[in-house]
Design a protein around this ligand. Structure first.
Ligand code: ANZ
Ligand code: ZN
Length: 817
């Protein structure tokens, strides 16, 4: 049997495509525009199986859009700042650029070999000064709007990477990158005021929900963590300021029997009496060692110290003690709570541990034997001279007490968010320097826009970059010491760099005008291409990157620089490529090398295997895949193109109607399947078309029938989305010029989609009692069910028990009673 040489085919078409550039997005094209985006990689080595998977899935969509006649922007670049390159540079005693740009070159070659339809004329790397110049510009723009600021506060600190981390980068108390346990440090850091957009970020999730994966929407909702409650002011005798708490249960105010302040909040220091100060100090030392997760854990024994002062409960005038403890967090709400042990289990545990009073203010259900009761129920013990909540349910009681507090000016209803401002400064080298100069006279001074980029010094490498707790840039004297842009006096550059998430928070805008050296992006072009019609990538970015990109888009929209408020209209998260049921890893020795697979089976077979494996969201266990089976199928499809004997351009309408129906139905269905991201099913349909065509050639209408040419051309176009090399090869054998990738989607003849039907005869006791119009490929069981439900048949059976049904689909049903 004739087979084609995979390697020769790859070598033949790559240069042809390089020459033709079929996927260059034309800004001025009159066609409707589509923007297909896939998450750009960190260049931490060559591409691996996971990249091959996501790029293959993504390519189906991008190539489909081209075939459907859209002008498609499908760019690719590299998220090339960050720790992997910096750590490699320290290990290998070199500059991070060496590692970074070497890997980028390798990855680009691999992407091209994979026949991805990226438009390489628009590529960039976030570590290029021409790019990070604009990341610095973005920082200054946000700062101009009051959305970037510096503050000192306890921050997450990774003792291993020696840098601060955003809350989002702390996973279960561990550093997201290296797994080390995260501790807290008091540091002055830069923040973006993402919390200004908390409500909008939440609301717009409703708009995105139909086209975003559920798990991403849920993760974002939880991260934003909106809750409704109240601020309540407790007077502290001898202090001007009241102690304000945030509570979601103002209805339980009569049961507040003590207060707790976060031990590490400044507030604790302000409140503590001289007598109790040493106790607080020694307690604080313990607290600093615990991670946030531990601190919030409900099953942990409660610890704390009395601060020596009392507050006054505004509803009953009772003096209640103020404690400091670690289960209250410094950076949530006001950093202080009113403790209601009867309705909150952590408060209950604390009260029993330190012998503090417990007063129930919500009546638990009959027979209740638990401790704190958090459910609904009638309020009790909740009345004073001017208000009574007794008998009210939780919601009514909340509304009533908030109104009472507001009337007296000692509280107000509020909304609270779990979302914190985005901590963006890092004490590492390989990132965009923060474009700020610190001057003793002028304070913080922005580097003027025309002096951007603030370039990284090129003479630091290897050990110079070792984490020291302060940025390695601080030690680069020549670099750090500058003239103040405002007064000309001696000043110092800010030596922190920005987190890589800043780089990737706006990169999709840059692709619209990637070479513009006057501005970060061209607003008109961004509005013409954007927002992204699809964004394909890993679910690990469900919170971080996606939240930041959404925030930056909204902020830029408010500055009038972007004409939309959500960057990614639709989203798809691919599953993982695993092996033998486990995630691939060095320690398990179950890694699969993409390079080896490509050498053995060729690009097409690997791409086909990845797309055909199952729904794109599902994990792919490589051990269960058969790339050799994929290759066999491709050889079969390819052989069809050699069998066609009619000339190119032959009118198909005179061809075999049976095969034509299959072809048109397949093309039609594949379109819908791809649009609903069921790529694997589209491949299955294509395989069926290949089989039907083979049958038509060998034992049907024969190879000269124009319907055969029509079918094989459709196969080539369908395969061009998944297996570009073999599709191109088929297209050429069919007598066409390259490239099949831009051949256009076959026009479906609607008339051929109309189902043929056949007449099935239904007999009861041998007599014809009914006739049914059914599909020719109806199953025996469906036909039997239809027959037994037919009114005439039911009448003929007349309630007698059915003894036997003989069905010969699609023509005959015989019922014996
Ligand atoms: C009194 C109360 C009574 C509360 C009750 C709950 C139940 P969410 O929903 O997450 O916003 N809280 C407030 N600030 C805190 C902090 N900095 N650290 C730890 N806990 C804090 O939770 C709000 C509730 O968490 C608040 O309502 C407060 O306890 C606690 F029966 O106030 B509650
Ligand atoms: Zn100055």
């Amino acid at each position: 049997r004739e087979t084609y040489d995979v390697a020769a085919v790859e070598a033949r078409w790559l240069p042809v495509w390089e020459e033709l550039q079929p996927f260059r997005a034309d800004d001025d094209s009159p066609r409707e525009k589509r923007y297909a985006l896939t998450m750009f990689p960190y260049p931490s080595g060559d591409l691996h199986m996971g990249h091959a998977e996501v790029f293959s899935l993504h390519d189906v969509v991008a190539r489909y859009w081209w075939q459907r006649g859209y002008e498609v922007l499908n760019p690719m670049g590299f998220d090339s700042f960050g720790l992997p390159a910096e750590n490699a540079a320290i290990r290998n005693d070199e500059h991070p650029a060496t590692y970074t740009y070497g890997n980028i070159q390798t990855s680009i070659e691999s992407c091209k070999h994979l026949a991805t339809s990226f438009d390489w004329s628009r590529t960039f790397n976030t570590s290029d000064p021409e790019y990070y110049r604009w990341t610095q510009w973005l920082f200054l723009k946000l700062r101009e709007q009051g959305l970037a600021y510096r503050k000192k506060s306890p921050v997450n600190w990774c003792p291993n990477d020696q840098t601060v981390l955003a809350n989002e980068q702390v996973v279960q108390g561990m550093c997201e990158r290296c797994g080390a346990e995260v501790t807290k440090r008091d540091l002055t850091q830069w923040y973006f005021r993402i919390t200004n957009y908390a409500q909008e970020l939440l609301d717009d999730l409703d708009v995105l929900a139909p086209t975003w994966p559920d798990r991403v929407v849920t993760a974002q909702r939880n991260w934003i963590g909106r809750s409704e409650g109240a601020h309540v002011d407790f007077a502290v005798p001898g202090r001007d300021e009241p102690l304000t708490v945030y509570t979601t249960r103002p209805d339980t105010l009569f049961g507040a029997t003590f207060m707790v302040v976060a031990a590490d909040a400044a507030l604790a220091q302000e409140l503590v009496t001289e007598e109790q100060a040493p106790a607080l100090a020694s307690y604080l030392e313990e607290v600093r060692k615990a991670s946030e997760i531990d601190r919030l854990a409900t099953d942990r024994p409660k610890t704390g110290v009395y601060l020596g002062v009392d507050a006054v409960n505004p509803v009953n005038g009772e003096a209640i003690p103020i404690w400091a403890a670690d289960y209250v967090l410094a950076d949530y709400g006001t950093g202080a709570i009113m403790a209601v042990p009867a309705q909150d289990q952590r408060d209950w545990d604390f009260a029993t541990r330190f012998d503090l009073p417990i007063v129930r203010t919500v009546q638990p259900p009959e027979g209740w034997e638990g401790e704190a009761y958090v459910g609904d129920g009638p309020a009790v013990n909740s009345a004073n001279d001017s208000v009574s909540l007794d008998g009210m349910g939780v919601d009514e009681a909340k509304r009533t007490i908030i109104a009472w507090l507001e009337e007296r000016g000692v509280g107000r209803g509020t909304v609270n968010f779990r979302l914190r401002d985005w901590l963006l400064s890092r004490q590492r080298f390989w990132g965009p320097p923060i474009p700020i100069v610190h001057c003793d006279t002028c304070g913080e001074v922005a580097v003027p826009e025309d002096q951007l980029p603030v370039r990284l010094p090129e003479d630091l490498k290897g050990a110079d970059l070792k984490p020291k707790g302060v940025s390695p840039l601080a030690a680069a004297e020549n670099w750090v010491n500058v003239e103040c842009p405002q007064c000309g006096g001696p000043a110092k550059r800010d030596s922190d760099t920005m987190d890589t998430f800043v780089d990737s928070s706006w990169y999709f805008l840059r692709y619209c005008s990637p070479h513009d050296d006057h501005q970060a992006f061209d607003t008109d072009l961004v509005n013409a291409w954007g927002p992204c019609d699809i964004y394909i990538g890993g679910v690990e970015h469900a919170v971080l990157h996606l939240m930041y990109a959404r925030f930056v888009t909204k902020a830029l929209a408010d500055m009038g620089l972007v004409g939309f408020r959500e960057p990614f209209a639709a989203q798809l998260n691919q599953g993982f490529v695993i092996n033998r049921g486990k995630k691939m890893s060095k320690s398990l020795g179950n890694g699969v090398s993409l390079g080896e697979q490509l050498r053995e089976y060729g690009v097409d077979a690997i791409r086909l295997t990845l797309v055909f494996a199952g729904p794109p969201e599902d994990d792919i266990d490589w051990a269960e895949m058969s790339p050799s089976g994929s290759l066999k199928f491709l050889q079969r499809a390819w052989r069809l193109s050699g069998d066609v004997t009619s000339a190119p351009g032959t009118d198909p309408t005179t061809g075999d109607v049976g095969l034509r129906r299959v072809t048109h139905k397949t093309v039609h269905e594949c379109g819908g399947l791809i649009e609903s991201h069921r790529f694997n099913v589209a491949v299955a349909r294509t395989m069926e078309l290949v089989n039907a065509t083979r049958k038509a050639i060998d034992s049907g209408c024969g190879p000269a029938d124009p319907a055969v040419r029509e079918a094989v051309e459709a196969v080539a176009v369908l395969l061009s989305l998944v297996t570009p090399y073999v599709a191109e090869e088929m297209w050429q054998r069919l007598g066409h010029e390259p490239t099949v990738a831009r051949a256009g989607w076959p026009v479906v003849d609607e008339a051929l989609l109309v189902e043929e039907s056949v007449t099935a005869v239904v007999q009861v006791q041998g007599k014809v009692r009914g006739r049914l119009e059914v599909s020719p490929d109806i199953s025996e069981s469906d036909l039997e069910a239809l027959a037994l439900a037919d009114a005439a048949v039911v009448r003929a059976i007349d309630g007698r028990p059915v003894r036997k049904v003989i069905t010969r689909a699609p023509k005959l049903v015989n019922v014996v009673v």
